[in-house]
Design a protein around this ligand. Structure first.
Ligand code: 13P
Ligand code: SF4
Length: 295
């Protein structure tokens, strides 16, 4: 199946972008693997005719928004990020009415219509930088309450949080992290900022998924505990085989919904096309472009 997909990609001038949380066999067909920020940047720069996006819906949508003339295929329509579905345009506009001087920062884990009413997007890799780059003192931050709470510890701005969370990261308990530290006292702890603040406090480094790769490559430590979706430890081991990685965190079922068979079928039949309203795409692009100007 890996060979078949790689041949089909060449025939169709397609590129496969895949998130770090994908199944390990998907890594083998990906032209580029990364975190949300890297994948958004890669989507802007590809010359391929077709982008097959192995990740959750908002990632494939962002690729389409940034590259409206390209065909973007998403292999599984049920691969939908539940956090992105937790905030609606109505919630955001209601908050804006309440805080008219504020600027709306939406995490890239949002639907296209929420991005379209936002001033700027951010990812886990650049949220602090994006918020601190703004001239306004008041920020509506949506939908990840945990990420917003973390950003607040790094910013003097007033951050108004709209409610939302990632079920995978929010379920990670501080007890689990402390237990892993006891078992592996020499390991450094890398925590994704979608975790709760009490978990983040246990971190040696707060990292997006790809920042975990960079951090563990550059650190002098030889063991690491990665506190995020458990598949990340497989990616870390693949990238840095001479170091040890321990995983604390559950599985993102939506990310794991994509299989090699679904990737092959969608590219062969050109199904799963991401199609969005032009007006929404134009406005959402402004928020994504604003972010890409900052980082
Ligand atoms: P990253 O941008 O850090 O890869 O995070 C994406 C995500 O969905 C984490 O749950
Ligand atoms: Fe969404 Fe959480 Fe899955 Fe990331 S890990 S895609 S935030 S549900």
């Amino acid at each position: 199946m890996i060979g078949k997909i790689n041949r089909l990609k060449k025939e169709k001038n397609a590129v496969i972008l895949a998130h770090n949380y994908q199944r390990p066999e998907i890594y083998e067909v990906a032209d580029f693997l990364g975190d949300s920020l890297e994948l958004a940047k890669k989507a802007v720069n590809t010359d391929a005719k077709i982008i097959v996006f192995c990740g959750v819906d908002f990632m494939a949508e962002s690729a389409k928004i940034l590259n409206p003339e390209k065909m973007v295929l998403h292999p599984e329509e049920l691969s939908v990020c539940p956090m992105a579905a937790m905030v609606t345009v109505e919630c955001v506009l209601e908050a804006k009415q309440k805080y008219p001087k504020s600027v709306i920062v939406s995490y890239i884990n949002t639907t296209a219509d929420v991005k379209a009413v936002s001033d700027i997007c951010c990812t886990s890799a650049n949220a602090v930088k994006v918020v601190n780059s703004l001239k306004e003192d008041e920020v509506i931050f949506t939908p990840d309450r945990n990420l917003g709470t973390y950003v607040q510890t790094k910013s003097k701005k007033k951050i108004i949080l709209l409610d939302g969370h990632c079920y995978v990261h929010d379920n990670i308990s501080v007890e689990d992290v402390k237990k892993a530290k006891e078992l592996h006292p020499d390991a450094e702890v890398m925590v994704h900022p979608e975790c709760r603040m009490e978990v983040i406090k246990e971190a040696d480094a707060v990292c997006s998924t790809s920042q975990m790769i960079k951090y563990s490559k550059e650190s002098s430590a030889s063991e690491f505990i990665s506190v995020t979706e458990c598949g990340m430890a497989i990616m870390l081991k693949r990238e840095i085989p001479n170091k040890k990685f321990w995983a604390v965190g559950g599985t993102c079922l939506q990310m794991k919904n994509i299989t090699l068979e679904k990737v092959y079928d969608c590219l062969f039949n050109e199904t799963g096309k991401v199609e969005l309203d032009q007006n929404i795409m134009d406005n959402a692009k402004k928020a994504l472009d604003a972010m890409l100007k900052v980082v």
